[in-house]
Ligand binder design. Sequence first.
Ligand code: AMP
Length: 187
Amino acid sequence: MNVILFGPPAAGKGTQAKRLVEARGLVQLSTGDMLRAAIAAGTPLGRTVEALIQRGDLVSDEIVTALVEESLPAAEAGGGAIFDGFPRTLPQAIALDGIISRRRSHIHRVLQLKVDNDVLLDRVSKRFAESGRPDDNPVSFKVRLEIYDRQTAPLLTYYGRSGKLMEIDGMASVDAVGASIRRALVS
Ligand code: AMP
């Protein structure tokens, strides 16, 4: 089973992806985690993306698509992928469809975590102090939200047409959101 967790920054995608890893044996594919690991390791990729990520801008479609293409076979062999933070643009969604269909595989569900902007801002301002993420600051977070609204949210129309999109109330407690996700995956 391959699942896309879709939603704005700080909607809880990472938290819920980790729960699915434990509960369902799926494999989390977080392009953000992969890029942060490259930065931490000081690789050429890490040096290329570091400033972009710090500002809250998007990394190129080619870079993130290549990361996903490389890691998908192992994720599917491990039980299926939870895409967390990918795709974020229409070219990425189209590229993912190509990768998936070449593997004769499927996206089973696209789960949209819905959270109001004021709740996101409240959550993230608590996170600014402790996350240690260079893009968890008021200026970069504003950029990330604007990019989400402009470039990522329009993908909801794309996935809405596929009949795989389901809305999840992301403002409930972590456990309640997890329960809604479990129900969505058995329906
Ligand atoms: P995340 O951990 O998903 O919030 O991602 C952190 C940052 O990594 C984003 O703000 C982007 O700079 C970059 N990033 C992660 N995933 C993508 C993606 N699919 N497309 C472009 N940039 C990405």
